[in-house]
Design a protein around this ligand. Structure first.
Ligand code: UD1
Length: 375
């Protein structure tokens, strides 16, 4: 029997950490499955894409669709138009997508319309907030999928409520944590990272807050953004804040003229940092302030307190078992949570089931079994 081709799709920064261990496991069964990696080009800057591929050992994509940025409709449509000919050429037995970005739903929709089975890794997460573009992408991708791999047990309940048959759901754990555990030892130190970006400020390990912000609900509305920037300024009076700034956020802070609200000596703004730098910054932080889904999970795995600047989370296990606290964007609540962490050390938490570095092994085993591609 000849090996069969599995098209694997990545598009944006958080996809890269999820796909890296899957590609590695697939390469170990190349006699059965040939991974064909497509990068849609949703994220394209050196700092948003290339450094991640290099650090995570992801091979160069077999195809780069080069779609770039755009409105949701433009971006999604461009991915679809450019992805369809790839499937015609490669004729895979299935398409595998990860996460919840626009590239995930765009490629999923193209695949199923061509009767190619869709596999979704990180299925079943729900914020129940349809204002979030990712929530729409999650719901629709899960409805389209033939095989759904989940990161936490509650995800299966969400899926069965939406009418998805239990046999299509498989709890395999968290591939992003596979990547985290594989790279912990190689993480860049705080000093290395600050030096690399020419930062002159002196910051000590376990004595700073790490901040990331990029959700449209937080950064696209100037009023919300100003409220958050002001509270970051207040927090920085208590402890320094390291803030790697997403391109979307950089643009919005500049447009709204908010830069002067962040005292330069206390808020260290960096460009988007590479994976090993971010991992090091998380490990050495006293606490993390974020609206990212990925960081909520990574801080839980690392045991670092996380303050989530959103009204909800699609990753409830980070609250029930992990170190995460949801505070929203009310400055008083944010300050109270930060103070609490500074005084008590914050939630200690434990690492959730199957966040053990072996999720990708389980996923590849299950794909071999389901599609009868014996080892
Ligand atoms: C996307 C995902 C989001 C994910 C985030 C991680 C969707 C709907 N959103 O949001 O789920 O959490 O990625 O970063 O898929 N830009 C650059 N360089 C790049 C990429 C983007 O400068 O390499 C700028 C562009 O101005 C662009 C803006 O960032 O318009 C936003 O990029 P986009 O891919 O639309 O969404 P993200 O906010 O990155």
């Amino acid at each position: 029997m000849f090996p069969k081709v599995l098209v694997c799709v990545v598009g944006a920064r958080p996809n890269f950490m999820k796909m890296a261990p899957i590609i590695r496991q697939l390469q170990a069964v190349r006699h059965l499955i040939i991974p064909y990696l497509v990068h849609t080009g949703q994220h394209y800057d050196q700092a948003m894409k290339d450094t991640f591929f290099q650090q995570l050992g992801i091979p160069e994509p077999d195809k780069d669709l080069g779609v770039g940025s755009g409105s949701h409709a433009v971006q999604t449509a461009n991915v679809m138009l450019r992805f369809e000919p790839v499937l015609d050429e490669v004729k895979p037995f299935a398409v595998l997508v990860v996460g919840d970005v626009n590239s995930t739903i765009a490629c999923g929709l193209v695949a199923v319309k061509k009767n190619i089975p869709l596999i979704h890794v990180e299925a079943g997460l729900r914020s129940y907030d349809r204002q979030m573009p990712e929530e729409i992408n999650r719901i629709l991708t899960d409805q389209l999928s033939d095989l759904l791999f989940t990161t936490e047990r509650a995800a299966a309940d969400n899926l069965t409520r939406e009418g998805i048959a239990e046999q299509r759901i498989c709890f395999t754990g968290n591939v992003m944590i596979d990547t985290l555990l594989a790279n912990c030892q190689q993480a860049s130190s705080l000093a290395e990272t600050l030096q690399r970006y020419g930062s002159k400020q002196v910051v000590s390990e376990k004595a700073y807050a790490l901040l990331t912000l990029h959700r449209p609900s937080n950064v696209d509305d100037p009023e919300t953004l100003e409220r958050l920037v002001r509270v970051v300024g207040d927090i920085s009076e208590k402890l320094p804040v390291i803030f790697p700034v997403h391109p979307r956020t950089q643009q919005k802070i500049a447009e709204a003229g908010l830069l002067q609200l962040l005292p330069q000596q206390r808020v260290i703004m960096l460009p988007p940092v590479a994976y090993l730098e971010m991992l090091g910054l998380m490990q050495a932080a006293q606490l993390v302030l974020t609206d990212s889904g990925g960081l909520q999970e990574e801080t839980t795995a690392l045991g670092v307190p996380c303050v989530t600047l959103r009204e909800n989370t699609e990753r409830p296990i980070t609250i029930t078992e992990g170190t995460n606290t949801i505070v929203g964007t009310d400055p008083a609540k944010i300050m109270q949570c930060v103070d609490d962490i500074l005084h008590t050390g914050g939630k200690s938490g434990r690492v959730p089931e199957y966040w053990d570095g072996k999720a990708a092994d389980r996923i590849v085993d299950e794909i071999l079994r389901r599609y009868e591609l014996a080892r």
